[in-house]
Design a protein around this ligand. Sequence first.
Ligand SMILES: C[S@@+](CC[C@H](N)C(=O)[O-])C[C@H]1O[C@@H](n2cnc3c(N)ncnc32)[C@H](O)[C@@H]1O
Length: 393
Amino acid sequence: MTPYDPLVPHFKARYDVNNQEFSISGVVRPQTIDELAPSIALLKDSISRVRGVLYVNIRRLTQMNNTAFHAFSRVIIDACRAYPDLKFVVVTSSVVGWTTQKFRRLSGIEPNITVEEYDSEFYPGQSFLEEGGFIPILRTQTKMTWRHERAILPRHGMQSGIVMADICCGIGDFAVLVQKEFQPSRIVALDHSRSSLAYARSVAATFDIRGIEYTYGDASEMLLDEEQFDLVTCRHSLQIFNRPELILKELYRICKPGGRVYITNEKNSHCLGEPRSDSIQWTYNEVAKLFEHFEMDVELGPKSRRYLTEAGFDDIRVESFMVTNLDGDPQDFADMIAAWENVYAGDMAKNRGDDPEFIERFRQGFQDHIFAALHPKGYAGWPIWVASGRRPL
Ligand SMILES: C[S@@+](CC[C@H](N)C(=O)[O-])C[C@H]1O[C@@H](n2cnc3c(N)ncnc32)[C@H](O)[C@@H]1O
């Protein structure tokens, strides 16, 4: 490990006036309090300028010694006494586990200080998507999409020898398939679900797959350095965040200038099938509404071009493909729909408070989609939008 040199700045302090947010990130281990003078001054200045709430964002604060903790805490506690109407919300991340515990002590001292672990608030559908049997869904989905994506990826910057990251990697199947097919020189695969990562690591160990670094992290505030990847992929995930633009900002940050960010998303209401198309159509329109209720936009696919443009990418490429029952074994398609029905008409519908009649009709559409998929003359489809943009040089 490199010895800590106080003359080299290891942390950043910033104030964002729009969000009333003071943030501090990196390694803060000063030997004396004087080393912190500019950031303490910035914190005091931020306090004097805000009304209502000051957010103190420490989601990327990886280390802080006691000298620094006491110095910053002192300023905040003093401010609570000087400005009784001002509230402080300290925003931590579960990725940096010690921060919540350490800063929570401040709320015991001053009631105007609260501590929020941001990532547990951030992703509204987290619990049922992570714990609710999502592993088999992701497995089957990746199997179904891979036959299309393997041909598409080279048009979006995939080639051997590149350094790539798969953000929101889920159970890691995509990283494994990419490793086998394209042999990048390095793959970092990041997710926020410990159970998915544990599963991914066990799959890689069982199949003796090397070269994939599975990392626990928060996609909206990653601890990865900037400008280090030739290709950053993020599949089926922008659509599950209530603020996808924040994730895209991070994907942009870690991508090298000239590198590309590749995203895939759905438009669930365009899932289709014959026969029984009306019932199928009704159910997938309801799927979109159900996700909307949990602040997720599973209609995002065709909006990809706009999101990439607004995030500052150029040379944007968009294509779409349809996964169908005719891609390989129709039973795979049917299994995927059965897994969707299980979660969407199960925990999610229950959680929204849907009544039994609605759930019965909702389930019927999935059953009809399965019927279409397995019917000897039937056709069933699930459309996906692929898009990528280049970070300008
Ligand atoms: C719909 S899954 C897609 C997984 C994978 N990309 C795939 O296509 O199979 C969304 C993934 O995002 C992960 N996720 C959710 N919130 C996250 C966050 N804040 N940071 C990183 N990953 C997150 C979930 O754990 C889940 O694995």
